[in-house]
Design a protein around this ligand. Structure first.
Ligand code: GCU
Length: 392
Protein backbone atom coordinates (compact mmCIF):
# COMPACT_ATOMS: atom_id res chain seq x y z
CA UNK A 1 0.00 0.00 0.00
CA UNK A 2 2.78 2.31 1.04
CA UNK A 3 4.70 1.73 -2.23
CA UNK A 4 1.55 2.50 -4.26
CA UNK A 5 1.40 5.90 -2.61
CA UNK A 6 5.08 6.51 -3.34
CA UNK A 7 4.41 5.65 -6.98
CA UNK A 8 1.49 8.03 -7.19
CA UNK A 9 3.52 10.75 -5.53
CA UNK A 10 6.45 10.20 -7.94
CA UNK A 11 4.12 10.29 -10.92
CA UNK A 12 2.55 13.56 -9.77
CA UNK A 13 5.98 15.12 -9.22
CA UNK A 14 7.22 13.95 -12.63
CA UNK A 15 4.15 15.38 -14.33
CA UNK A 16 4.63 18.69 -12.52
CA UNK A 17 8.30 18.76 -13.50
CA UNK A 18 7.44 18.03 -17.14
CA UNK A 19 5.02 20.95 -17.12
CA UNK A 20 7.63 23.26 -15.67
CA UNK A 21 10.42 22.35 -18.09
CA UNK A 22 11.02 25.51 -20.15
CA UNK A 23 11.11 25.26 -23.91
CA UNK A 24 14.42 26.29 -25.43
CA UNK A 25 13.84 24.86 -28.88
CA UNK A 26 12.92 27.18 -31.68
CA UNK A 27 11.24 24.28 -33.52
CA UNK A 28 8.76 23.98 -30.65
CA UNK A 29 7.75 27.63 -30.70
CA UNK A 30 4.15 27.82 -31.92
CA UNK A 31 3.39 29.60 -35.19
CA UNK A 32 2.94 33.21 -34.11
CA UNK A 33 -0.54 34.63 -34.44
CA UNK A 34 -0.31 38.13 -32.98
CA UNK A 35 -3.09 40.67 -32.56
CA UNK A 36 -2.66 43.50 -35.03
CA UNK A 37 -1.38 46.69 -33.48
CA UNK A 38 -3.33 48.80 -35.94
CA UNK A 39 -6.72 47.08 -36.06
CA UNK A 40 -9.11 48.69 -33.59
CA UNK A 41 -11.66 46.76 -31.55
CA UNK A 42 -14.38 48.07 -33.85
CA UNK A 43 -12.48 46.84 -36.91
CA UNK A 44 -11.06 50.16 -38.04
CA UNK A 45 -7.55 50.26 -39.53
CA UNK A 46 -5.56 52.88 -37.68
CA UNK A 47 -3.29 54.89 -39.95
CA UNK A 48 -3.06 58.41 -38.55
CA UNK A 49 -1.58 59.89 -35.42
CA UNK A 50 -4.98 61.24 -34.47
CA UNK A 51 -6.68 57.83 -34.68
CA UNK A 52 -3.75 56.19 -32.92
CA UNK A 53 -3.87 58.60 -30.00
CA UNK A 54 -7.64 58.82 -29.66
CA UNK A 55 -8.68 55.24 -30.51
CA UNK A 56 -6.06 52.53 -30.63
CA UNK A 57 -3.51 53.61 -28.04
CA UNK A 58 -6.18 53.96 -25.32
CA UNK A 59 -7.61 50.53 -26.24
CA UNK A 60 -4.21 48.87 -25.98
CA UNK A 61 -3.41 50.71 -22.77
CA UNK A 62 -6.65 49.51 -21.16
CA UNK A 63 -5.96 45.93 -22.20
CA UNK A 64 -2.50 45.94 -20.62
CA UNK A 65 -3.86 47.60 -17.52
CA UNK A 66 -6.69 45.18 -17.03
CA UNK A 67 -5.20 41.92 -18.33
CA UNK A 68 -1.49 42.19 -17.52
CA UNK A 69 -0.14 44.78 -15.11
CA UNK A 70 -3.00 46.26 -13.10
CA UNK A 71 -3.67 49.88 -12.28
CA UNK A 72 -1.25 52.54 -11.13
CA UNK A 73 -3.38 55.03 -9.16
CA UNK A 74 -2.43 58.62 -9.86
CA UNK A 75 -4.23 60.45 -7.05
CA UNK A 76 -3.00 61.45 -3.59
CA UNK A 77 -3.59 64.39 -1.23
CA UNK A 78 -0.13 65.79 -0.62
CA UNK A 79 3.55 65.21 -1.12
CA UNK A 80 6.57 66.52 0.73
CA UNK A 81 10.31 66.26 0.13
CA UNK A 82 12.83 66.10 2.99
CA UNK A 83 16.57 65.75 2.76
CA UNK A 84 18.27 63.24 5.01
CA UNK A 85 21.96 62.95 5.75
CA UNK A 86 22.61 59.39 6.74
CA UNK A 87 25.09 57.92 4.33
CA UNK A 88 28.56 59.17 3.46
CA UNK A 89 28.86 60.30 -0.15
CA UNK A 90 30.99 57.71 -1.96
CA UNK A 91 31.97 60.20 -4.70
CA UNK A 92 32.60 63.48 -2.84
CA UNK A 93 35.06 64.77 -5.44
CA UNK A 94 32.73 64.62 -8.39
CA UNK A 95 29.18 64.53 -7.07
CA UNK A 96 26.78 65.93 -4.55
CA UNK A 97 24.54 63.39 -2.85
CA UNK A 98 20.92 64.05 -1.97
CA UNK A 99 19.12 61.44 0.10
CA UNK A 100 15.53 62.40 -0.49
CA UNK A 101 12.60 61.20 1.59
CA UNK A 102 9.37 61.60 -0.32
CA UNK A 103 6.32 61.50 1.92
CA UNK A 104 2.96 61.05 0.25
CA UNK A 105 -0.36 61.37 2.07
CA UNK A 106 -3.76 60.04 1.06
CA UNK A 107 -6.94 59.68 3.10
CA UNK A 108 -5.14 60.46 6.33
CA UNK A 109 -2.41 57.84 5.84
CA UNK A 110 1.16 58.45 4.75
CA UNK A 111 4.09 56.60 3.23
CA UNK A 112 7.71 57.70 2.91
CA UNK A 113 10.10 56.40 0.30
CA UNK A 114 13.77 57.18 -0.16
CA UNK A 115 15.56 58.05 -3.37
CA UNK A 116 19.30 58.57 -3.62
CA UNK A 117 20.28 61.23 -6.10
CA UNK A 118 23.78 62.13 -7.30
CA UNK A 119 24.37 65.46 -9.06
CA UNK A 120 27.59 66.35 -10.89
CA UNK A 121 29.63 69.04 -9.14
CA UNK A 122 30.83 70.50 -12.42
CA UNK A 123 29.49 70.73 -15.95
CA UNK A 124 26.61 72.54 -17.51
CA UNK A 125 23.39 72.74 -15.53
CA UNK A 126 20.61 71.70 -15.61
CA UNK A 127 21.65 68.06 -15.92
CA UNK A 128 19.79 65.31 -17.76
CA UNK A 129 18.74 62.65 -15.27
CA UNK A 130 18.83 58.85 -15.21
CA UNK A 131 16.67 56.92 -12.73
CA UNK A 132 17.36 53.25 -12.07
CA UNK A 133 14.66 51.21 -10.36
CA UNK A 134 16.67 48.83 -8.21
CA UNK A 135 14.94 45.59 -7.19
CA UNK A 136 17.91 44.51 -5.11
CA UNK A 137 17.31 44.97 -1.38
CA UNK A 138 19.17 47.74 0.38
CA UNK A 139 22.82 46.72 0.56
CA UNK A 140 23.62 45.29 3.99
CA UNK A 141 26.98 47.00 4.16
CA UNK A 142 25.29 50.40 3.74
CA UNK A 143 26.58 51.10 0.24
CA UNK A 144 24.32 53.17 -1.96
CA UNK A 145 25.27 51.55 -5.24
CA UNK A 146 27.05 48.71 -6.90
CA UNK A 147 29.25 49.97 -9.74
CA UNK A 148 28.49 48.24 -13.03
CA UNK A 149 24.88 47.66 -12.10
CA UNK A 150 24.40 51.32 -11.26
CA UNK A 151 27.60 53.01 -12.55
CA UNK A 152 27.22 56.31 -10.72
CA UNK A 153 30.80 57.42 -11.27
CA UNK A 154 30.71 56.91 -15.05
CA UNK A 155 27.32 58.57 -15.37
CA UNK A 156 28.40 61.58 -13.35
CA UNK A 157 31.59 61.88 -15.40
CA UNK A 158 29.44 61.96 -18.52
CA UNK A 159 27.37 64.82 -17.17
CA UNK A 160 24.24 63.04 -15.95
CA UNK A 161 22.47 63.38 -12.64
CA UNK A 162 21.48 59.90 -11.56
CA UNK A 163 19.13 58.51 -8.96
CA UNK A 164 17.87 55.18 -7.72
CA UNK A 165 15.53 53.69 -5.17
CA UNK A 166 15.11 50.20 -3.81
CA UNK A 167 11.81 48.66 -4.87
CA UNK A 168 11.23 47.37 -1.34
CA UNK A 169 10.81 50.90 -0.03
CA UNK A 170 7.38 51.05 -1.72
CA UNK A 171 6.42 47.38 -2.10
CA UNK A 172 8.60 44.52 -0.84
CA UNK A 173 9.53 42.03 -3.55
CA UNK A 174 7.88 39.09 -1.79
CA UNK A 175 4.53 37.36 -2.19
CA UNK A 176 3.80 37.49 1.56
CA UNK A 177 4.68 41.13 2.15
CA UNK A 178 4.34 43.11 -1.09
CA UNK A 179 1.26 44.92 0.22
CA UNK A 180 3.19 46.26 3.22
CA UNK A 181 4.08 49.50 1.52
CA UNK A 182 1.92 51.91 -0.43
CA UNK A 183 -0.65 49.26 -1.35
CA UNK A 184 -2.09 48.69 2.11
CA UNK A 185 -1.28 52.18 3.37
CA UNK A 186 -2.25 54.52 0.56
CA UNK A 187 -4.38 52.46 -1.81
CA UNK A 188 -6.06 49.67 0.22
CA UNK A 189 -9.13 49.68 -2.04
CA UNK A 190 -6.95 48.17 -4.76
CA UNK A 191 -6.52 44.95 -2.79
CA UNK A 192 -8.59 42.08 -4.16
CA UNK A 193 -9.36 43.84 -7.46
CA UNK A 194 -8.61 41.64 -10.46
CA UNK A 195 -6.97 44.64 -12.15
CA UNK A 196 -5.70 46.26 -8.95
CA UNK A 197 -2.33 47.72 -8.05
CA UNK A 198 0.40 45.09 -7.61
CA UNK A 199 4.14 45.27 -6.98
CA UNK A 200 5.15 46.44 -10.48
CA UNK A 201 2.57 49.20 -10.35
CA UNK A 202 3.81 50.26 -6.91
CA UNK A 203 7.41 50.44 -8.11
CA UNK A 204 6.28 52.44 -11.13
CA UNK A 205 4.33 54.77 -8.84
CA UNK A 206 7.56 55.42 -6.92
CA UNK A 207 9.40 56.25 -10.16
CA UNK A 208 6.69 58.83 -10.82
CA UNK A 209 7.26 60.40 -7.41
CA UNK A 210 10.98 60.56 -8.17
CA UNK A 211 10.05 62.38 -11.38
CA UNK A 212 7.92 64.80 -9.34
CA UNK A 213 11.06 65.58 -7.38
CA UNK A 214 13.19 66.02 -10.51
CA UNK A 215 10.63 68.37 -12.05
CA UNK A 216 10.99 70.91 -9.29
CA UNK A 217 14.79 70.56 -8.97
CA UNK A 218 16.67 73.60 -10.30
CA UNK A 219 19.73 71.55 -11.26
CA UNK A 220 17.81 68.91 -13.21
CA UNK A 221 16.52 69.05 -16.73
CA UNK A 222 13.53 66.73 -16.33
CA UNK A 223 12.69 67.10 -20.01
CA UNK A 224 15.78 64.98 -20.57
CA UNK A 225 14.99 62.02 -18.39
CA UNK A 226 15.83 58.37 -18.69
CA UNK A 227 14.12 55.50 -16.88
CA UNK A 228 16.14 52.31 -16.54
CA UNK A 229 15.22 48.88 -15.25
CA UNK A 230 16.81 45.46 -15.33
CA UNK A 231 14.82 42.27 -15.57
CA UNK A 232 11.82 42.57 -13.22
CA UNK A 233 12.29 46.31 -13.05
CA UNK A 234 12.79 46.44 -16.83
CA UNK A 235 9.22 45.15 -17.08
CA UNK A 236 8.27 47.80 -14.54
CA UNK A 237 10.05 50.59 -16.42
CA UNK A 238 8.09 49.84 -19.58
CA UNK A 239 4.73 49.85 -17.83
CA UNK A 240 5.68 52.98 -15.89
CA UNK A 241 6.56 54.87 -19.03
CA UNK A 242 3.33 53.73 -20.70
CA UNK A 243 1.56 55.41 -17.74
CA UNK A 244 3.73 58.47 -17.41
CA UNK A 245 4.71 60.46 -20.51
CA UNK A 246 7.35 62.48 -18.67
CA UNK A 247 10.15 59.98 -19.43
CA UNK A 248 12.14 60.85 -22.54
CA UNK A 249 13.92 57.49 -22.93
CA UNK A 250 12.94 54.17 -21.42
CA UNK A 251 15.49 51.38 -21.17
CA UNK A 252 14.53 47.79 -20.34
CA UNK A 253 17.49 45.45 -19.97
CA UNK A 254 16.74 41.73 -20.24
CA UNK A 255 13.15 42.25 -19.18
CA UNK A 256 11.93 38.98 -20.72
CA UNK A 257 8.51 37.52 -19.97
CA UNK A 258 5.91 40.17 -19.20
CA UNK A 259 8.36 42.83 -20.43
CA UNK A 260 10.04 42.90 -23.80
CA UNK A 261 9.48 39.29 -24.87
CA UNK A 262 6.47 37.97 -26.76
CA UNK A 263 4.37 35.76 -24.47
CA UNK A 264 2.85 33.76 -27.30
CA UNK A 265 6.25 32.31 -28.25
CA UNK A 266 6.22 30.30 -24.99
CA UNK A 267 10.02 30.20 -25.08
CA UNK A 268 11.89 30.23 -21.77
CA UNK A 269 9.76 31.72 -19.02
CA UNK A 270 6.02 31.40 -19.66
CA UNK A 271 3.00 33.26 -18.33
CA UNK A 272 2.21 30.31 -16.07
CA UNK A 273 5.78 30.12 -14.75
CA UNK A 274 5.97 33.81 -13.91
CA UNK A 275 2.54 33.95 -12.29
CA UNK A 276 3.26 30.87 -10.20
CA UNK A 277 6.56 32.19 -8.83
CA UNK A 278 5.64 35.85 -8.66
CA UNK A 279 1.85 36.06 -8.14
CA UNK A 280 2.22 39.59 -6.74
CA UNK A 281 3.92 41.24 -9.72
CA UNK A 282 1.05 41.36 -12.21
CA UNK A 283 -2.71 41.88 -12.04
CA UNK A 284 -4.61 38.78 -10.96
CA UNK A 285 -6.29 38.80 -14.39
CA UNK A 286 -2.98 37.82 -15.98
CA UNK A 287 -3.39 34.35 -14.48
CA UNK A 288 -6.29 33.67 -16.84
CA UNK A 289 -3.64 33.18 -19.50
CA UNK A 290 -1.55 30.59 -17.66
CA UNK A 291 -0.87 27.98 -20.32
CA UNK A 292 -3.39 29.82 -22.49
CA UNK A 293 -1.17 32.43 -24.10
CA UNK A 294 -3.07 32.05 -27.36
CA UNK A 295 -6.10 33.59 -25.62
CA UNK A 296 -4.27 36.78 -24.68
CA UNK A 297 -5.96 39.64 -26.55
CA UNK A 298 -2.55 41.35 -26.86
CA UNK A 299 1.14 40.61 -26.80
CA UNK A 300 4.25 42.47 -25.75
CA UNK A 301 4.89 43.88 -29.25
CA UNK A 302 2.05 46.29 -28.43
CA UNK A 303 3.89 47.77 -25.46
CA UNK A 304 6.54 49.99 -27.14
CA UNK A 305 3.74 51.74 -29.04
CA UNK A 306 2.27 52.93 -25.73
CA UNK A 307 5.51 54.81 -25.12
CA UNK A 308 5.95 56.14 -28.68
CA UNK A 309 7.06 58.58 -29.91
CA UNK A 310 9.28 58.75 -26.82
CA UNK A 311 12.38 56.57 -27.20
CA UNK A 312 12.49 52.90 -26.17
CA UNK A 313 15.61 50.78 -25.82
CA UNK A 314 15.89 47.01 -25.17
CA UNK A 315 18.88 44.79 -24.58
CA UNK A 316 19.39 41.07 -24.15
CA UNK A 317 22.19 38.72 -23.09
CA UNK A 318 23.01 35.78 -25.35
CA UNK A 319 22.92 33.16 -22.57
CA UNK A 320 19.78 34.57 -20.96
CA UNK A 321 17.47 32.10 -22.68
CA UNK A 322 14.97 32.31 -19.81
CA UNK A 323 14.21 35.88 -20.97
CA UNK A 324 14.01 34.81 -24.66
CA UNK A 325 16.37 37.24 -26.45
CA UNK A 326 14.76 36.55 -29.82
CA UNK A 327 11.31 37.21 -28.37
CA UNK A 328 12.60 40.50 -26.95
CA UNK A 329 14.00 41.56 -30.31
CA UNK A 330 10.77 40.58 -32.08
CA UNK A 331 8.72 42.50 -29.52
CA UNK A 332 10.63 45.66 -30.31
CA UNK A 333 11.05 45.21 -34.04
CA UNK A 334 7.31 44.56 -34.49
CA UNK A 335 6.39 47.24 -31.98
CA UNK A 336 8.56 49.83 -33.67
CA UNK A 337 5.95 50.01 -36.44
CA UNK A 338 4.17 52.61 -34.32
CA UNK A 339 7.31 54.75 -34.44
CA UNK A 340 7.78 54.40 -38.19
CA UNK A 341 4.22 54.17 -39.51
CA UNK A 342 2.43 56.56 -37.13
CA UNK A 343 5.19 58.97 -36.14
CA UNK A 344 7.29 58.85 -39.34
CA UNK A 345 10.54 57.91 -37.61
CA UNK A 346 13.35 55.99 -39.24
CA UNK A 347 12.67 53.04 -37.02
CA UNK A 348 12.46 49.93 -39.20
CA UNK A 349 14.55 46.97 -38.02
CA UNK A 350 15.83 45.47 -41.27
CA UNK A 351 17.69 42.49 -39.83
CA UNK A 352 16.47 39.14 -38.63
CA UNK A 353 17.52 38.34 -35.07
CA UNK A 354 19.91 35.64 -36.27
CA UNK A 355 21.69 38.13 -38.56
CA UNK A 356 22.47 40.72 -35.90
CA UNK A 357 26.14 41.66 -35.83
CA UNK A 358 26.10 44.60 -33.44
CA UNK A 359 23.75 47.08 -31.79
CA UNK A 360 20.89 48.44 -33.88
CA UNK A 361 20.38 52.09 -33.02
CA UNK A 362 17.57 53.67 -35.02
CA UNK A 363 15.57 56.83 -34.55
CA UNK A 364 13.95 56.56 -31.07
CA UNK A 365 14.27 52.76 -30.88
CA UNK A 366 17.37 50.70 -30.23
CA UNK A 367 18.53 47.23 -29.32
CA UNK A 368 21.67 45.34 -28.46
CA UNK A 369 22.55 41.83 -27.43
CA UNK A 370 25.77 41.14 -25.61
CA UNK A 371 27.52 37.89 -24.85
CA UNK A 372 27.14 36.36 -21.42
CA UNK A 373 24.60 35.93 -18.71
CA UNK A 374 21.59 37.67 -17.22
CA UNK A 375 22.84 40.88 -15.58
CA UNK A 376 22.98 44.64 -16.01
CA UNK A 377 26.63 45.41 -16.72
CA UNK A 378 28.78 48.36 -17.62
CA UNK A 379 28.92 47.01 -21.18
CA UNK A 380 25.12 47.34 -21.40
CA UNK A 381 25.25 50.87 -20.05
CA UNK A 382 28.10 51.86 -22.37
CA UNK A 383 26.27 50.74 -25.50
CA UNK A 384 23.00 52.21 -24.27
CA UNK A 385 24.70 55.58 -23.64
CA UNK A 386 25.68 55.68 -27.32
CA UNK A 387 21.98 55.47 -28.13
CA UNK A 388 21.27 58.16 -25.56
CA UNK A 389 23.81 60.47 -27.19
CA UNK A 390 21.82 60.22 -30.42
CA UNK A 391 18.32 60.35 -28.96
CA UNK A 392 18.18 62.62 -25.94
C1 GCU B 1 13.29 35.68 -12.39
C2 GCU B 1 12.00 35.86 -13.15
C3 GCU B 1 12.15 36.84 -14.31
C4 GCU B 1 12.80 38.11 -13.84
C5 GCU B 1 14.10 37.80 -13.12
C6 GCU B 1 14.79 39.01 -12.52
O1 GCU B 1 14.20 34.97 -13.18
O2 GCU B 1 11.56 34.60 -13.58
O3 GCU B 1 10.90 37.12 -14.88
O4 GCU B 1 12.99 38.97 -14.91
O5 GCU B 1 13.83 36.93 -12.05
O6 GCU B 1 14.15 39.99 -12.20
O7 GCU B 1 16.01 38.94 -12.35
Amino acid sequence: MKSAWIWIFTLISLTAMAQQEPNYEESKVPALVLPDIFLSEKGKWIRTQEDWESIRRPEIFRMFESEVYGKIPKDFDSMEFDLAQETPNPYPEIAELEEVDITVKRNGKSHTLRINLFLPKTGSKPFPVILLINYQPKYLDGRLNQEGFWPVKELIERGFATASFHAETVAPDKAETYQNGIISTLYPEQIGQADGLKAFGAWGWAAMRAMDYFEQHPKIDSKKSILVGHSRTGKTALWTSANDPRWTITYANESGCGGAALSKRKYGETVEAINRRFPYWFADNFRKYNEREEELPLDQHMLPGLIAPRAVYYSSAREDRWADPKGEYLGLSLGSRVFSEIYGKKAVFEQEFEELKGPVHLESVGYHIREGKHDLTWEDWRIFLEFVAENL
